[in-house]
Design a protein around this ligand. Structure first.
Ligand SMILES: [Zn+2]
Length: 325
């Protein structure tokens, strides 16, 4: 709880950088299919590149036009995918990429970073820097479990960031100033999450901290900290939330994920009170008639059991630390 509280206040301090309401955007350039991507303009000069084929091994990248050049959020899962993105960006904008901001140290988000031009300033959290510097850290863990069982997966090279921060960082610009907001020093979805806030347009790029439905990979994360991060993100009152996968949406998917996690936590705590054997708790929660109300049980791949197991592990650790049988 103490850690969660501290995290909450760190996140709350980030809210001071929230800016004024969005002004009316100028007419955006035409959207549509661009090679393997579908481009959607979210606000003047803010463009989401989404995979045209959701099963094609690509992920979302956000491109922000600034007076000082382009800023890209997330680098695609592999150097090959990043080269496809860079090709499309070059065709559309004819401007240099100045910044690459990496939301977290998973190959899905950052595996393509090494393909960006050497002149790009790579920005990430302190947690990202420490994770990728650790040879024993499994950069490709999430991407590997997405591959078919038995399929070989080689984690892509890890790019070390140049600009690293544990605390909020402002990249000033007369067109789109950007706030890079690391999610404190604790793991939420990963060991080094950050969000990218564009105050004038109220656009928030969140990596894997928000999923399009309550079905989220929690492999190396911490659900308690994740809930705190979701609360802080919702306090920003974003108009558009950009996840690593799926469409940009309003804040509702973030709310639903928070409610899903909170529901699991309540169910797991009750199961411990009811002395359900710990090996049975995940099934017990899934068998609840309410599970389909709070969780997306039909999604594929499904991370729902993992979400519950993460909460069980955190609850066991919490009880152990406090000497509760
Ligand atoms: Zn991830």
């Amino acid at each position: 709880m103490l850690q969660g509280t501290r995290r909450f206040f760190v996140l709350l301090s980030l809210l001071a950088v929230a800016g004024p309401a969005a002004s009316a955007p100028a007419a955006p350039p035409p959207d549509g299919e661009e090679g393997p991507y579908r481009v959607e303009t979210l606000a003047d000069g803010i463009h989401l590149f989404r995979p045209a084929d959701p099963a094609g091994g690509l992920s979302n990248s956000l491109v922000v036009e600034r007076e000082d050049g382009l800023l890209v959020v997330d680098a695609q899962p592999t150097p090959e995918a990043a080269r496809k993105l860079l090709e499309r960006i070059a065709l559309r904008f004819a401007r240099p990429i100045r910044f690459l901001v990496l939301t977290h140290p998973h190959a899905d988000a950052a595996g393509g970073a090494s393909a960006f031009p050497p002149s790009t300033l790579v920005v990430a959290s302190g947690g990202y820097r420490d994770a990728v510097a650790d040879d024993s850290y499994d950069f490709g863990a999430e991407a590997r479990v997405r591959t078919d069982s038995g399929a070989k997966f080689d984690a892509p090279p890890r790019a070390a960031p140049t600009l690293v921060s544990w605390t909020p960082l402002r990249l000033e610009d007369r067109r789109h100033g950007i706030d890079v907001l690391p999610v404190a020093k604790l793991p939420a979805h990963s060991a080094g999450d950050l969000v990218v806030w564009i105050p004038d347009a109220r656009v928030l790029a969140v990596g894997d901290l928000v999923w399009s439905s309550p079905n989220a990979y929690t492999g190396s994360g911490n659900v308690s900290n994740w809930i705190v991060a979701l609360n802080a993100m919702l306090e920003l009152k974003p108009a558009r939330v950009v996840p690593l996968r799926g469409p940009a949406a309003d804040a509702q998917p973030a709310r639903l994920l928070r409610e899903g996690f909170a529901w699991i936590r309540g169910q797991v705590e009750q199961a411990f009170v009811d002395a359900v054997p710990s090996g049975r708790i995940a099934d017990h929660v899934l068998e609840s008639p309410q599970s389909a109300k709070f969780l997306d049980l039909d999604a594929s791949p499904s991370w729902v059991r993992g979400m519950i197991e993460s909460v069980i592990a955190e609850t066991i650790e919490y009880r152990r630390k406090r000497g509760i049988d």
